[in-house]
Design a protein around this ligand. Structure first.
Ligand SMILES: Nc1ncnc2c1ncn2[C@@H]1O[C@H](COP(=O)(O)OP(=O)(O)OP(=O)(O)O)[C@@H](O)[C@H]1O
Ligand SMILES: [Mg+2]
Length: 247
């Protein structure tokens, strides 16, 4: 396979009157580990869903190694912001992760192969859940549950892993573990990670993007953090001081 390259060219996404993304340009290259941060409603999930082909942009084009998603042989793993799995469902960790091996086409008497089961063993080992494979999912902690969802996304050996706030609902200890797991994965897989944990992601990536309908700042994490998060604070402090001087 050619080196992975995904290019977003002047992408706009509208939901009725809401302009979620406007003329966005971004290139993802093989081996990248890109962090995406930004305000609520800034279009982060919309951008990820567009890359996955789940949303069709109103304007612009996305190419995958120079071609369409269908024609390219890029395999994408996805960890959605809100999991589609009901935590109370009576199912084991192994069964959930195995479901990642199921292809989208409907096969009436589908049976998992030995190869599928071996792939699941491997990813459970990677995420550190091997011992919990027979656990019911309602007996997992929040952090373990997220690791299981990441394992499921890894079962088809993706070239790129897209994660939408994988640490949103977990305790600080699990957040650290998940960031460290993703860092380890980034040595072999291209990664795009959306998060609100700006400081944690800044320690892990070379490239941070602050997205608010378009890319507002991009590059070295410290500089992006300074620009996107501290500058508005300085400005508001300045404003208040200026305001105070009039009193
Ligand atoms: N299916 C939809 N229908 C209508 N509007 C939508 C839909 N999905 C998202 N939006 C709107 O589009 C904008 C961008 O939403 P999006 O979910 O991409 O933001 P986000 O950056 O992921 O936010 P958050 O950090 O809260 O997850 C928001 O104003 C949101 O309300
Ligand atoms: Mg989102």
């Amino acid at each position: 396979m050619r080196p992975l390259k995904i290019e977003l060219n002047e992408i706009s996404v509208n939901y009725g009157k809401i302009h979620a993304l406007k003329n966005l340009n971004l290139t993802i290259n093989e081996g990248d580990y890109i962090g995406i941060v930004g305000p609520n409603g800034g279009g982060k999930s919309t951008m990820m869903k567009s890359i996955l082909g789940l949303i069709k942009p109103s304007k612009g084009k996305i190419t995958y190694c120079g071609t369409s998603l269908k024609k390219s042989d890029i395999r994408m793993g996805y960890v959605p912001q809100i999991s589609d799995i009901n935590r109370m469902f009576p199912i084991t960790v192994e069964e959930v992760v195995l479901s990642g091996r199921m292809s989208k086409e409907i096969r009436p008497f589908f049976k998992y192969s030995e190869e599928d089961k071996k792939a699941v063993e491997e990813v459970l080992d990677t995420v550190g859940l091997k011992k919990l494979k027979n656990r019911q999912i309602n007996e997992l902690s929040g952090g373990e549950f997220q690791k299981m969802i990441i394992a499921r996304a890894l079962t088809l050996k993706p070239d790129i892993l897209l994660l939408d706030e994988p640490t949103a609902m977990v305790d600080v200890m699990s957040q650290r573990q998940i960031f460290s797991l993703i860092k380890k994965l980034s040595k072999d897989i291209t990664i795009v990670l959306i998060t609100h944990h700006v400081q944690m992601i800044s320690k892990n990536v070379k490239k941070l993007i602050y997205l608010d309908r378009n890319i507002i700042a991009e590059g070295d994490p410290n500089q992006v953090y300074q620009y996107a998060y501290l500058r508005p604070v300085h400005q508001s402090i300045k404003k208040r001081v200026v305001g105070g001087a009039h009193v």
